[in-house]
Design a protein around this ligand. Structure first.
Ligand code: RRO
Length: 312
């Protein structure tokens, strides 16, 4: 059974990697990703300057395997740290490197993209249009005009193939409008669906208190509870972006959910909450589970079932 895939023209030995934000802020985190059985890795979303992020507690798993809530607030080492990591990365290794950028303004995204373009590295840039947790900064992906304006500036500047990280959409009109925008940009070659489901509220029954401290307890939801929203977004964009690729993320706890993401149309699949809870050995486990599913179903490669979800 062959779990290999291609994203943005680069070959991945298997389709799994980390969701940006998990196990990827520091060089120590990224080393764990390199040593794991992931097929690739992506860095924590970078801002122009170092950020401490929101006060703790700012991430918690939710009871009974439902998922997680986070309001990290974009803690990161500043883009120069990730640029330096990208400059020193061993591109002869089998794992392609993705770099996530999440400027607090379009001007900051421009400055960061310019620096990466000047360095001319074989990593892939992914612009995050969907951080739900920075007070006073709405998710760009929910402002279609602002998103198109950002792409009008960034796509020609980046020139090479790049991707965007999207928030979940919940309305067919929004899938249509967003897809029509993305289809205007030839070098936007993939979309990653989905970021966390923004601004959920987790309350502890016993203490009657919010679980996390920032934003009165509001934070992005991830894990099993977002699986069906993730699958819908993957499939909606798979159907609407025939010349582009989709990276699926959301609700993966086992090989079964990875299989569903590929059926929905994912070319690669990222793991967030389950990676955070289980650690980087999750990749070996889930690669094995997916292999067993493919053997049982008689599939030899991902191409044989990618996007082939049946409808009634
Ligand atoms: O750092 C965060 O709070 C964060 C980011 Br940038 C993001 O894109 N998604 C998320 O759930 N948390």
């Amino acid at each position: 059974v062959d779990l290999s895939t291609k994203v943005a023209g680069l070959s991945l030995p298997n389709l799994l990697f980390n969701a940006s934000g998990v196990c990827c802020q520091t060089e120590a985190d990224l080393k764990l990703m390199i040593e794991s059985e992931s097929g690739s890795l992506i860095t924590k979303s970078a801002t122009y300057e170092y950020r401490e992020g929101n006060p703790s507690p700012r991430y918690l798993p939710l009871p009974s395997g439902l998922g997680s809530i986070n309001s990290m607030g974009l803690p990161n080492e500043g883009y120069e740290y990730y640029l330096n990591f990208a400059k020193n990365y061993d591109y002869s290794s089998k794992k392609p490197l993705f770099i996530s950028l999440s400027g607090l303004s379009l001007a900051d995204n421009v400055k960061m993209c310019e620096a990466f373009v000047a360095a001319d590295l074989p990593c892939v840039l992914e612009v995050n249009f969907s951080c739900p947790n920075v007070p006073g900064k709405p998710q760009l992906g929910y402002d279609m005009e602002a998103m198109e304006n950002a792409l009008n500036v960034l796509a020609p500047l980046i020139k090479k193939p790049f991707g965007v990280k999207l928030p979940p959409y919940f309305d067919i009109a929004h899938f249509d409008t967003a897809a029509a925008i993305f289809n205007k940009f030839d070098n936007l070659v993939y979309v990653t669906c989905i970021n966390s489901v923004g601004n959920g509220l987790a309350i502890d029954f016993e203490t009657e208190s919010a679980l996390i401290k920032p934003k009165d307890g509001f934070g992005g939801l991830g894990g099993l509870m977002v699986l069906n929203t993730a699958l819908a977004n993957v499939n909606a964009f798979y159907r609407r972006l025939p010349t582009k690729q989709v990276i699926g993320v959301g609700g993966v706890t086992s090989g079964k959910e990875v299989f569903l993401h590929v059926l929905a149309g994912a070319s690669a699949v990222q793991i967030g909450t389950t990676l955070k809870e289980e650690g980087p050995t999750v990749f070996a486990r889930i690669n094995k589970e997916l292999t067993d599913i493919m053997i049982a179903k008689g599939y030899k490669s991902l191409d044989e079932f990618r996007g082939k979800v049946k409808t009634l």
